[in-house]
Ligand binder design. Structure first.
Ligand code: CA
Length: 242
């Protein structure tokens, strides 16, 4: 069982989601606006395994909520519900710290599959098991070290000298993908397909926001990157020893 927070002011959508998530065996909580969601997560410190966050909310919109959570060090996976056909929404969502998105109106089976995808990734990375599951036996450390930097996939963080940067699940997935393809150029469409499982209709600039964030973590000078290089006309290349 996973604990899922639904942030949505439209009651029929929120109730439908809650009903279906509970039918799947999850524990679902509804917050009707952004302040309530932030209150539950940051003030009451309620534990959640994933958030379904609508963009259109009274008061603070979904972008603001996501950005405030990330700024406060809350890294729970966020699936953002955006307006259909709005590439700008998708870009803003990723920029604000969302891990995945789904345009409205959505098909319920697709939404459930996306939520389960985020939960699986979180379980894969998280040291602590989700509620109701036995702890794994002495998990092997899952780290990658390069040029004095340590990517700790199991702790979901990057350590550079004395600084530690927490990672979201999609930042972790993207880093793992780039590390696995070290030295090779990878295209934006390939990244969207392989990391997000998104085949079409997505503005590939969405990737650029994630790369900007990763560069802030690993580069000495993010504006003049040496490890996470831009390959003009293609995409990006991770070079562990430039
Ligand atoms: Ca709404």
């Amino acid at each position: 069982m996973s604990r899922i927070l639904i942030v949505e002011d439209e009651h029929h959508i929120a109730d439908g989601l809650r009903f279906n998530l509970e039918a799947e065996g999850h524990d679902a909580t509804v917050a009707a606006d952004g302040d309530r969601a932030i209150g539950l997560l940051l003030r009451e410190r309620r534990p959640f395994d994933a958030i379904i966050l609508d963009v259109m909310l009274p008061g603070k919109d979904g972008f603001t909520v996501a950005a405030e959570l990330r700024a406060a060090g809350q890294y729970v996976p966020i699936l953002m519900l955006t307006a259909r056909g709005s590439a700008a929404d998708v870009l803003r969502g990723f920029e604000a710290g969302a891990d995945d998105y789904l345009p409205k109106p959505f098909d319920l089976p697709i939404l459930l599959a996306r939520v389960n995808g985020l939960l699986r990734r979180r379980r894969w990375y998280a040291r602590e098991p989700p509620s109701g599951e036995a702890p794994p036996r002495e998990p092997a450390p899952d780290v990658y070290v390069f040029a004095g930097r340590t990517i700790d996939f199991s702790a979901m963080e990057v350590r550079v000298r004395e600084k530690t940067h927490r990672l979201t699940v999609m930042e972790c997935d993207l880093l793992r993908y780039l590390v696995a393809k070290a030295g090779q150029p990878v295209s934006r469409p390939a990244i969207l397909q392989d990391v997000w499982g998104l085949a079409q209709d997505v503005d590939t600039r969405a990737i650029d926001n994630f790369v900007v964030r990763l560069r802030r973590y690993i580069e000495d000078r993010p504006a003049a990157p040496t490890f996470l290089q831009t390959v003009r006309g293609v995409g990006y290349r991770f070079v562990p020893q430039p």
